[in-house]
Design a protein around this ligand. Structure first.
Ligand SMILES: Nc1ncnc2c1ncn2[C@@H]1O[C@H](COP(=O)(O)OP(=O)(O)OP(=O)(O)O)[C@@H](O)[C@H]1O
Length: 298
């Protein structure tokens, strides 16, 4: 069976206000689904329902055909929540041993320690860990029960670039072991680096549910980037009124026809070098597709 988590037609109201409207998506085996959306879009409410902490008013959720919150479902899911708190005085290894005792068939501690890359600070009390170390410990605890699926709620929030990269590597390793993951994040570069599928919530509705490659393929825009001594005004004269991003002497323009843009640069004798034509980022693609879905001009 390839569907690990199935969400079908789920709706939820709080105090007569609809916060989730007819949500459906499937998490497939070995894939990572990025659940995106602005603050208040409904991500946490949905995660709470997948964990069985809240009940949908309508629709259904199954975890490997089990009911959320059931004994079987709980044993198939590992969770890393933002709100988790741990005792400051226990050391990392003590905490791991304690959690390990809760499971009948936990993973070997050595395996968890290697997967979460926490071997260098096992004897430290939790209270002195850095933000990145603490996040990796929470990640290790989510792995301990050897779950089929993981729910990671903004796992890299507040981490520096290097810690985020380490985390991404841990997550990609898990995917290659066949684990299925739902990840909520506000970082689109994170979704681009990790996700197979993107579900974008906007005010409680799904406005986008597609694979990352298909989202990017739907958008035919390309990004043309180059370095030039010209001023922005001179460039606009040469290539017309387009949305030009400038960072120092580096300019980038999103266009449907890069050939025309480059021809115009040459025709108007605009000096340029380090020319790159590339697909637009997932962030820009999501932005354009969701605006199209919502009927906003792009
Ligand atoms: N227990 C509750 N009672 C009433 N309203 C609630 C409750 N929990 C959430 N809400 C409301 O439901 C909406 C969705 O909230 P939710 O926390 O699911 O959003 P989110 O996408 O997780 O946001 P964030 O990115 O800020 O974490 C918000 O308008 C929130 O105020």
């Amino acid at each position: 069976m390839s569907e690990i988590i199935s969400v079908v037609g789920v709706s939820k109201k709080f105090d007569k206000v609809a916060v989730l409207k007819n949500i459906s998506f499937q998490l497939r085996k070995g894939e990572l689904l990025a659940l995106l959306g602005e603050n208040g879009a409904g991500k946490t409410t949905l995660i709470s329902m997948i964990l069985g902490l809240l009940k949908p008013d309508q629709g259904s959720i199954t975890i490997l055909e089990h009911r959320p919150g059931s004994f079987q479902a709980k044993h198939r899911i590992g969770v890393m929540l933002q709100s988790a708190s741990l005792p400051d005085k226990l050391t990392v290894i003590e905490q791991l041993r304690l959690f390990s005792a809760y499971y009948t068939h936990p993973l070997e501690l050595e395996e968890v320690i290697a997967s979460a890359k926490i071997g260098t600070f096992l004897e430290q009390p939790i209270g002195v860990l850095s933000g990145g170390q603490k996040q990796r410990l929470l990640f290790a605890l989510a792995l301990l029960g050897n779950p089929d699926a993981l729910i990671l709620d903004e796992p890299t929030v507040g981490l520096d670039a290097e810690s985020r990269r380490v985390f991404w590597q841990c997550i990609n390793d898990l995917k290659s072991q066949g684990k299925s993951i739902i990840l909520t994040t506000h970082y689109l570069d994170e979704a681009e680096a990790l996700a197979d599928q993107v579900v974008l919530l906007h005010r409680g509705s799904v406005v986008l549910n597609d694979t990352t490659s298909s989202i990017k393929a739907q958008i035919k825009y390309r990004e043309v980037q180059f370095v030039s001594e010209h001023t922005l005004d001179a460039l606009i004269t040469a290539i017309g009124e387009q949305s030009i991003q400038q960072q120092g002497k580096t300019f980038s323009v999103q266009t449907l026809v890069p050939e025309t843009l480059i021809t115009n640069l040459v025709k108007h004798k605009v000096p340029f070098n380090d020319l790159v034509v590339k697909p637009i980022s997932l962030e820009d693609a999501v932005d354009r597709v969701s605006k199209l879905t919502l009927g906003v001009a792009v």
